[in-house]
Each structure stands twice: as structure tokens, then as C-alpha cells.
Design a protein around this ligand. Structure first.
Ligand code: SAM
Length: 287
């Protein structure tokens, strides 16, 4: 067990350690009072982009030292950061928006800090995945965050096939230019499930489009929309797939992989018998 990160009597006295501080995902007022205490009280703030981090600190009158910690600088900066922690220093990690480590840098730093016995504290706040889940209207009891889908169609469909049997709301990050292709692949692999596209959350042009994948995949409002996007796909219903649905899923799979693997993927996704599907996959491959 580690000590409490802040003394109860002196709220601004920070314990040594690494602080993972969430910052806004759009609305600049979505920052906690504790996040500001921490950002003002640490020896150094590691951030993805010092211009963005600098603006955040300046907006709150804070003057802490900033150091870049993005995918290019991480290898060079991590040993220094770990040495500072070992010497009893206080470090904060922020990303450009939202919660660090969530589709953002920081995992290795946390892992190595934990391995060397340093204290690691969360200063929780905004994250697009949870903001989108809560407004989606989709089930919130079980969810799976899958980050950004691969940029190429084959990789994307493979990932979706892997996720299809999971009985949980699926959460993806996506960019406007790829949204249409992603929704089309989701429809092909998941079938016509309920889905939600949440765009520019907490910002001026916030929009949440709810519907079924068949409608969303052709919705003109979702044609390369600008801004930042979360796509959520409902868990799918527990009902027997029709023969047509089985054929569509198998045809999609045999176009990518061999009949045995296709049968096994579709069997898992639709809860069917692999052997029975194999014969049909062979026939479709031969067509
Ligand atoms: N660490 C961040 C978090 O906790 O949400 C996510 C960083 S990831 C590099 C950026 C992606 O998050 C965007 O491409 C978009 O998919 C999603 N995102 C960030 N801000 C958003 C917003 N305001 N509305 C919708 N999606 C957002």
C-alpha cells in the first residue's frame, strides 16, 4: 500500500511520485482542482506537445517546467524521469487531451515506475471513451475499449471479427476521413447492430448520432466529418443468425482467410458449430 498522495491538512503538499493527470477533451473548464494543484506542485510536467501543455499551464497561471514526452522523445526522457522518481521527485504526465495512456503515451513509463517501486497516482478526469459511453444510450454494464482500428480494411475486419463474439459495448476511436470505411466494415462483420457516433464531445459542434449500423454507414452527416470521433457498437442480440447472415459473414471471412479459419471465426462470432460452417465456407470459396 502507498501513502495518500496529498496530506489532508495541507492540500498543496504532494507526496513524491508519478501523477497521471487528465486534462480537458475540448471544454477547457473540464479540469479538476486537484489536477491544477498537482500541475502546479510537481518538479516537471511531461507532456506530448509543449505548446499544448504550455497553453494549459498558462491558462491557469502555472509556471511548472515542461518536458516533451511523446513517442519520439520517450526513449530518451524515460530514464531521466525514472531517475527523478528514484530520487524522491514529483512528476506529472499529461497528454494533449483527456487521460494519459488511453491511446496516448505513458504505458512504459508507468510500468517501469511500478517496477522500480515508485508511487503512481491517478488524477482522474475527462476521457473521450467514457464521455461517449455515458451519452450513447448503449449498455454500460460491460464495455470494451479497443482504441483506433487499423487503417487498412483487412486489419480492421480481422479486429472486428475478433471482437464480434464479445458481449459488451465496443468503443473505438476514429478519425473523420476513415469513419465511412470503418462503419461499412463494422456493418459487414457485426451485422446491423445498434451504434453511436459521438463527435466533438464537450465542444461547440458536439453531435451524437444514434442508429443502426446499416443506417449510419450511409448517413450523409457522417461523410468525412471534421473533428474527433468515438464510435460505439452495441453488444448484439442473442438470437440465432439467419442463413443469409451466416453466408454474408462467411463470404466476408473467406475473402480474407482460408475456409477453416473463416469457419472458426464466424462460428465464434455467431455462436455456431465450426464443423457445420466449414462445408459452407468451402462451397463459398469455390463459388
Ligand atoms: N487520451 C485521450 C482520451 O482519454 O480520450 C484520447 C487520445 S487519442 C490520441 C485521440 C482520439 O480520442 C481522437 O482521435 C478521438 O477519437 C477521441 N477524442 C478525443 N477528444 C474527443 C472529443 N472531444 N470528442 C470525441 N472524440 C474525442
Amino acid at each position: 500500500m502507498t501513502d495518500a498522495p496529498q496530506s489532508k491538512t495541507k492540500p498543496n503538499v504532494l507526496a513524491p511520485g508519478l501523477y497521471l493527470v487528465a486534462t480537458p477533451i475540448g471544454n477547457l473548464r473540464d479540469i479538476t482542482l486537484r489536477a491544477l494543484d498537482i500541475l502546479g506542485g510537481v518538479d516537471v510536467v511531461l507532456c506530448e506537445d509543449t505548446r499544448i501543455g504550455g497553453k494549459l499551464l498558462a491558462a491557469h497561471g502555472l509556471k511548472s517546467r515542461l518536458e516533451r514526452y511523446d513517442e519520439h522523445a520517450a526513449e530518451r526522457v524515460r530514464p531521466k524521469a525514472l531517475a527523478l522518481l528514484a530520487a524522491g521527485g514529483k512528476l506529472a504526465l499529461i497528454s494533449d487531451a483527456g487521460t494519459p495512456l488511453v491511446s496516448d503515451p505513458g504505458y512504459r513509463l508507468v510500468r517501469e515506475a511500478v517496477d522500480q517501486g515508485a508511487a503512481v497516482f491517478a488524477a482522474p478526469g475527462a476521457s473521450a471513451a467514457l464521455a461517449a459511453l455515458t451519452v450513447s444510450g448503449l449498455p454500460t454494464d460491460r464495455f470494451l475499449f479497443a482504441g483506433f482500428p487499423p487503417s487498412k480494411a483487412a486489419g480492421r475486419r480481422e479486429l472486428f471479427s475478433e471482437l464480434a463474439p464479445v458481449r459488451a459495448t465496443l468503443i473505438f476511436y476514429e478519425g473523420g476521413p476513415r469513419l465511412r470505411a470503418s462503419l461499412t466494415d463494422m456493418l459487414a462483420v457485426f451485422g446491423d447492430r445498434e451504434a453511436v457516433v459521438a463527435r466533438e464531445l464537450t465542444k461547440l459542434h458536439e453531435t451524437v448520432v444514434r442508429g443502426r449500423l446499416a443506417d449510419l454507414a450511409i448517413d450523409p452527416r457522417l461523410d468525412s466529418p471534421r473533428g474527433e470521433i468515438v464510435v460505439l457498437v452495441g453488444p448484439g442480440e442473442d438470437r440465432a443468425a439467419s442463413a443469409d447472415e451466416v453466408d454474408v459473414a462467411l463470404a466476408e471471412a473467406v475473402a480474407r482467410v482460408g475456409p477453416a479459419r473463416a469457419a472458426s471465426e464466424v462460428a465464434k462470432a455467431l455462436g455456431l458449430n465450426r464443423r457445420e460452417l466449414y462445408a459452407r465456407a468451402l462451397a463459398l470459396k469455390g463459388d
